[in-house]
Design a binder for this molecule. Sequence first.
Ligand code: FE2
Length: 313
Amino acid sequence: MTRAIDALYVRYQVTDLAVMERFLRDFGMVPASVAGDGQRLYMRGTGDAPFLYEAVLGETSRFLGAGFSVGSAQDLERLSALPGSGPVQQLDATPGGGMRVRMRMPDGFEIDAVYGAKPAAPLATRDAIAFNTARAKPRVNTAVRIIRQASPVKRLGHFVLHVSDHAASVAWLRERFGLLASDHLATPDAPTHPIGTFLRVDHGDALVDHHCMLVLGTDRPGVHHCSFEVEDVDAVMSAHDFLLERGYMLDCGVGRHLLGSQIFDYWRDPFGFRIEHYTDGDVVNADHEPSIFAGTADQTTQWGAKPPQDFFE
Ligand SMILES: [Fe+2]
Protein backbone atom coordinates (compact mmCIF):
# COMPACT_ATOMS: atom_id res chain seq x y z
CA MET A 1 0.00 0.00 0.00
CA THR A 2 1.19 3.48 -0.81
CA ARG A 3 1.30 5.90 2.11
CA ALA A 4 0.81 9.56 1.33
CA ILE A 5 3.29 11.92 2.93
CA ASP A 6 0.93 14.88 3.05
CA ALA A 7 -1.84 16.74 1.27
CA LEU A 8 -0.14 19.27 -0.99
CA TYR A 9 -2.63 21.30 -2.99
CA VAL A 10 -6.18 21.80 -4.19
CA ARG A 11 -7.33 22.61 -7.73
CA TYR A 12 -10.34 24.61 -8.90
CA GLN A 13 -11.61 25.81 -12.26
CA VAL A 14 -12.78 29.45 -12.20
CA THR A 15 -14.02 31.96 -14.75
CA ASP A 16 -11.58 34.81 -13.94
CA LEU A 17 -8.00 34.19 -12.83
CA ALA A 18 -7.25 37.85 -12.01
CA VAL A 19 -10.18 37.96 -9.58
CA MET A 20 -9.05 34.70 -8.03
CA GLU A 21 -5.45 35.87 -7.70
CA ARG A 22 -6.52 39.07 -5.95
CA PHE A 23 -8.59 37.06 -3.47
CA LEU A 24 -5.88 34.48 -2.81
CA ARG A 25 -3.30 37.23 -2.22
CA ASP A 26 -5.67 38.86 0.27
CA PHE A 27 -6.18 35.41 1.81
CA GLY A 28 -2.42 35.10 2.38
CA MET A 29 -0.92 33.33 -0.63
CA VAL A 30 1.65 34.58 -3.15
CA PRO A 31 2.37 33.51 -6.73
CA ALA A 32 4.45 30.33 -6.98
CA SER A 33 7.76 29.99 -8.83
CA VAL A 34 5.80 29.33 -12.02
CA ALA A 35 2.94 31.79 -11.64
CA GLY A 36 0.97 30.46 -14.61
CA ASP A 37 0.36 31.29 -18.23
CA GLY A 38 -2.97 33.08 -18.37
CA GLN A 39 -4.78 29.75 -18.42
CA ARG A 40 -3.50 28.56 -15.06
CA LEU A 41 -2.62 30.25 -11.79
CA TYR A 42 -0.39 28.67 -9.15
CA MET A 43 -0.24 30.16 -5.66
CA ARG A 44 1.98 29.13 -2.76
CA GLY A 45 2.21 29.66 1.00
CA THR A 46 5.22 30.27 3.21
CA GLY A 47 6.03 26.56 3.67
CA ASP A 48 8.01 24.30 1.36
CA ALA A 49 5.15 23.10 -0.87
CA PRO A 50 5.81 24.38 -4.43
CA PHE A 51 2.16 25.42 -4.64
CA LEU A 52 -0.98 25.07 -2.53
CA TYR A 53 -3.62 26.21 -4.97
CA GLU A 54 -4.06 25.81 -8.71
CA ALA A 55 -6.79 27.76 -10.48
CA VAL A 56 -7.55 26.81 -14.08
CA LEU A 57 -9.42 29.20 -16.37
CA GLY A 58 -12.73 27.81 -17.62
CA GLU A 59 -16.27 28.69 -18.61
CA THR A 60 -17.72 27.54 -15.30
CA SER A 61 -16.41 27.48 -11.75
CA ARG A 62 -15.99 24.06 -10.17
CA PHE A 63 -13.77 22.02 -7.89
CA LEU A 64 -11.34 19.86 -9.82
CA GLY A 65 -9.37 17.90 -7.25
CA ALA A 66 -6.34 17.79 -4.99
CA GLY A 67 -2.83 16.37 -4.75
CA PHE A 68 -0.90 14.27 -2.24
CA SER A 69 2.84 13.70 -2.06
CA VAL A 70 4.05 10.08 -2.02
CA GLY A 71 7.43 8.60 -1.16
CA SER A 72 8.81 6.98 -4.32
CA ALA A 73 8.61 6.59 -8.07
CA GLN A 74 7.55 2.98 -7.43
CA ASP A 75 4.50 4.29 -5.62
CA LEU A 76 3.56 6.19 -8.76
CA GLU A 77 4.02 3.08 -10.92
CA ARG A 78 1.81 1.06 -8.61
CA LEU A 79 -0.88 3.74 -8.48
CA SER A 80 -0.78 4.18 -12.23
CA ALA A 81 -1.72 0.52 -12.71
CA LEU A 82 -4.93 0.82 -10.67
CA PRO A 83 -8.37 1.35 -12.24
CA GLY A 84 -9.17 4.99 -12.98
CA SER A 85 -5.50 6.06 -12.99
CA GLY A 86 -3.67 7.92 -15.73
CA PRO A 87 -0.03 7.37 -16.71
CA VAL A 88 3.02 8.59 -14.81
CA GLN A 89 3.61 12.08 -16.18
CA GLN A 90 6.73 14.21 -16.02
CA LEU A 91 5.84 17.72 -14.89
CA ASP A 92 7.70 20.49 -16.66
CA ALA A 93 5.44 23.54 -16.40
CA THR A 94 4.27 23.01 -12.81
CA PRO A 95 5.96 24.68 -9.82
CA GLY A 96 8.44 22.21 -8.34
CA GLY A 97 8.18 19.81 -11.28
CA GLY A 98 8.50 16.12 -10.44
CA MET A 99 6.19 13.33 -11.55
CA ARG A 100 2.48 12.81 -11.16
CA VAL A 101 -0.26 10.24 -11.53
CA ARG A 102 -3.75 11.69 -11.85
CA MET A 103 -6.55 9.40 -10.64
CA ARG A 104 -10.30 9.63 -10.59
CA MET A 105 -11.97 9.08 -7.25
CA PRO A 106 -15.54 7.85 -7.07
CA ASP A 107 -17.73 10.85 -8.03
CA GLY A 108 -15.06 11.98 -10.49
CA PHE A 109 -12.74 14.12 -8.35
CA GLU A 110 -9.21 14.22 -9.77
CA ILE A 111 -6.77 13.17 -7.07
CA ASP A 112 -3.05 13.40 -7.87
CA ALA A 113 -0.11 11.50 -6.45
CA VAL A 114 3.11 13.51 -6.78
CA TYR A 115 6.70 12.41 -6.31
CA GLY A 116 9.98 14.21 -6.84
CA ALA A 117 8.76 17.81 -6.78
CA LYS A 118 11.50 20.17 -5.69
CA PRO A 119 10.54 21.77 -2.36
CA ALA A 120 10.17 25.53 -2.41
CA ALA A 121 12.44 27.65 -0.22
CA PRO A 122 10.28 28.64 2.75
CA LEU A 123 9.42 32.35 2.97
CA ALA A 124 10.36 34.43 5.99
CA THR A 125 7.51 35.07 8.43
CA ARG A 126 7.13 36.66 11.83
CA ASP A 127 7.54 34.39 14.84
CA ALA A 128 4.43 33.04 16.53
CA ILE A 129 3.29 35.45 19.22
CA ALA A 130 3.82 33.83 22.62
CA PHE A 131 0.55 33.51 24.54
CA ASN A 132 0.42 34.38 28.22
CA THR A 133 -2.07 32.05 29.90
CA ALA A 134 -3.22 32.28 33.51
CA ARG A 135 -0.70 29.61 34.42
CA ALA A 136 2.31 30.33 32.25
CA LYS A 137 3.63 33.64 30.93
CA PRO A 138 6.20 32.96 28.23
CA ARG A 139 5.92 36.51 26.76
CA VAL A 140 8.12 38.69 28.96
CA ASN A 141 8.94 42.37 28.50
CA THR A 142 7.44 42.11 25.04
CA ALA A 143 4.19 43.68 23.87
CA VAL A 144 1.83 42.22 21.26
CA ARG A 145 1.81 44.47 18.21
CA ILE A 146 -0.19 43.33 15.22
CA ILE A 147 -2.12 45.16 12.54
CA ARG A 148 -5.11 44.16 10.44
CA GLN A 149 -3.51 42.66 7.38
CA ALA A 150 -3.36 39.61 5.14
CA SER A 151 -2.01 36.69 7.19
CA PRO A 152 0.43 34.50 5.29
CA VAL A 153 -0.83 30.93 5.03
CA LYS A 154 1.79 28.26 5.60
CA ARG A 155 0.30 25.13 4.11
CA LEU A 156 -2.80 23.26 3.05
CA GLY A 157 -4.20 21.64 6.17
CA HIS A 158 -7.16 19.69 4.81
CA PHE A 159 -10.02 19.62 2.37
CA VAL A 160 -13.52 18.24 2.71
CA LEU A 161 -15.49 16.32 0.11
CA HIS A 162 -19.14 15.37 -0.04
CA VAL A 163 -19.35 11.97 -1.68
CA SER A 164 -22.18 9.73 -2.85
CA ASP A 165 -20.75 6.56 -1.27
CA HIS A 166 -18.91 7.24 1.98
CA ALA A 167 -17.55 3.71 2.49
CA ALA A 168 -16.34 3.39 -1.11
CA SER A 169 -14.52 6.74 -0.97
CA VAL A 170 -12.85 5.94 2.37
CA ALA A 171 -11.75 2.56 0.96
CA TRP A 172 -10.38 4.24 -2.17
CA LEU A 173 -8.32 6.70 -0.10
CA ARG A 174 -7.14 3.90 2.18
CA GLU A 175 -5.99 1.79 -0.74
CA ARG A 176 -4.33 4.61 -2.72
CA PHE A 177 -2.81 6.69 0.09
CA GLY A 178 -3.05 4.64 3.29
CA LEU A 179 -5.21 7.29 4.95
CA LEU A 180 -6.36 6.33 8.46
CA ALA A 181 -9.61 7.17 10.23
CA SER A 182 -9.08 9.64 13.09
CA ASP A 183 -12.76 10.04 14.00
CA HIS A 184 -16.15 9.29 12.48
CA LEU A 185 -19.38 11.25 12.23
CA ALA A 186 -22.81 9.68 12.62
CA THR A 187 -26.32 10.99 13.19
CA PRO A 188 -28.11 10.84 16.56
CA ASP A 189 -30.72 8.44 15.15
CA ALA A 190 -28.11 5.99 13.79
CA PRO A 191 -25.18 6.48 16.18
CA THR A 192 -23.17 3.42 15.16
CA HIS A 193 -23.40 3.99 11.41
CA PRO A 194 -20.66 6.38 10.23
CA ILE A 195 -21.62 8.79 7.47
CA GLY A 196 -18.43 10.83 7.66
CA THR A 197 -14.77 10.08 8.38
CA PHE A 198 -11.90 12.37 9.32
CA LEU A 199 -8.81 10.93 7.63
CA ARG A 200 -5.13 11.51 8.38
CA VAL A 201 -1.89 10.47 6.77
CA ASP A 202 -0.24 7.46 8.41
CA HIS A 203 3.15 8.36 9.87
CA GLY A 204 3.01 5.72 12.60
CA ASP A 205 4.35 7.12 15.87
CA ALA A 206 5.16 10.51 14.37
CA LEU A 207 2.63 13.29 14.91
CA VAL A 208 0.41 14.45 12.07
CA ASP A 209 -2.68 16.67 11.80
CA HIS A 210 -5.87 15.06 13.12
CA HIS A 211 -7.16 15.18 9.54
CA CYS A 212 -6.01 16.04 6.06
CA MET A 213 -9.47 15.18 4.71
CA LEU A 214 -13.04 14.78 5.82
CA VAL A 215 -15.19 12.59 3.59
CA LEU A 216 -18.91 12.97 4.15
CA GLY A 217 -21.65 10.90 2.54
CA THR A 218 -24.43 13.01 1.02
CA ASP A 219 -26.63 12.87 -2.06
CA ARG A 220 -24.85 15.95 -3.53
CA PRO A 221 -21.18 15.17 -4.21
CA GLY A 222 -18.81 18.11 -4.37
CA VAL A 223 -16.27 20.06 -2.38
CA HIS A 224 -17.27 21.50 0.97
CA HIS A 225 -14.14 23.55 1.71
CA CYS A 226 -10.37 23.66 1.73
CA SER A 227 -8.40 24.87 4.72
CA PHE A 228 -5.04 26.55 5.20
CA GLU A 229 -2.95 26.91 8.33
CA VAL A 230 -1.86 30.31 9.62
CA GLU A 231 0.62 31.03 12.39
CA ASP A 232 -1.51 31.71 15.45
CA VAL A 233 -4.70 33.23 16.83
CA ASP A 234 -3.54 36.77 16.08
CA ALA A 235 -3.06 35.74 12.45
CA VAL A 236 -6.62 34.38 12.26
CA MET A 237 -8.11 37.48 13.85
CA SER A 238 -6.10 40.12 12.00
CA ALA A 239 -6.88 38.39 8.70
CA HIS A 240 -10.55 38.22 9.69
CA ASP A 241 -10.76 42.00 10.08
CA PHE A 242 -8.67 42.57 6.97
CA LEU A 243 -10.88 40.36 4.77
CA LEU A 244 -14.01 42.08 6.13
CA GLU A 245 -12.50 45.47 5.31
CA ARG A 246 -11.81 44.25 1.80
CA GLY A 247 -15.48 43.42 1.40
CA TYR A 248 -15.19 39.64 1.15
CA MET A 249 -18.01 37.41 2.27
CA LEU A 250 -17.65 35.87 5.71
CA ASP A 251 -19.11 32.36 5.79
CA CYS A 252 -18.61 31.42 9.43
CA GLY A 253 -16.08 32.49 12.03
CA VAL A 254 -14.35 32.77 14.30
CA GLY A 255 -14.97 29.67 16.38
CA ARG A 256 -13.47 26.44 17.65
CA HIS A 257 -14.32 23.09 16.08
CA LEU A 258 -15.03 19.97 18.08
CA LEU A 259 -13.35 17.32 15.91
CA GLY A 260 -9.78 18.43 15.26
CA SER A 261 -10.22 21.33 17.73
CA GLN A 262 -9.11 23.99 15.24
CA ILE A 263 -9.83 27.67 15.74
CA PHE A 264 -11.54 28.30 12.41
CA ASP A 265 -12.58 31.16 10.16
CA TYR A 266 -14.50 30.36 6.94
CA TRP A 267 -14.81 32.69 3.95
CA ARG A 268 -16.39 32.52 0.52
CA ASP A 269 -14.09 33.24 -2.38
CA PRO A 270 -15.44 35.44 -5.22
CA PHE A 271 -16.77 32.30 -6.97
CA GLY A 272 -18.67 31.10 -3.93
CA PHE A 273 -16.28 28.38 -2.76
CA ARG A 274 -15.78 28.03 0.98
CA ILE A 275 -12.18 28.47 2.18
CA GLU A 276 -10.85 28.35 5.75
CA HIS A 277 -8.05 29.81 7.84
CA TYR A 278 -7.22 27.77 10.92
CA THR A 279 -4.77 27.51 13.77
CA ASP A 280 -4.26 25.35 16.87
CA GLY A 281 -5.48 22.03 15.44
CA ASP A 282 -4.97 18.66 17.13
CA VAL A 283 -2.03 16.47 16.18
CA VAL A 284 -2.19 12.73 16.72
CA ASN A 285 -0.19 9.56 16.14
CA ALA A 286 -0.76 5.81 16.21
CA ASP A 287 -1.87 6.05 19.87
CA HIS A 288 -4.99 7.97 18.83
CA GLU A 289 -8.22 5.95 19.16
CA PRO A 290 -10.95 6.87 16.66
CA SER A 291 -14.37 7.72 18.08
CA ILE A 292 -17.81 7.99 16.52
CA PHE A 293 -19.38 11.37 17.17
CA ALA A 294 -23.15 11.09 16.88
CA GLY A 295 -24.23 14.54 18.04
CA THR A 296 -26.02 17.35 16.28
CA ALA A 297 -24.44 19.66 13.72
CA ASP A 298 -24.54 22.49 16.28
CA GLN A 299 -22.41 20.48 18.69
CA THR A 300 -19.52 20.35 16.22
CA THR A 301 -18.68 23.96 17.22
CA GLN A 302 -17.42 24.35 20.80
CA TRP A 303 -17.52 28.14 20.94
CA GLY A 304 -17.77 31.09 18.60
CA ALA A 305 -19.75 31.56 15.45
CA LYS A 306 -22.37 28.91 14.76
CA PRO A 307 -22.26 27.78 11.14
CA PRO A 308 -25.25 28.80 9.01
CA GLN A 309 -27.69 26.05 8.00
CA ASP A 310 -26.24 25.75 4.49
CA PHE A 311 -22.87 24.84 6.04
CA PHE A 312 -24.36 21.41 6.78
CA GLU A 313 -26.14 20.91 3.45
FE1 FE2 B 1 -12.03 22.67 7.97
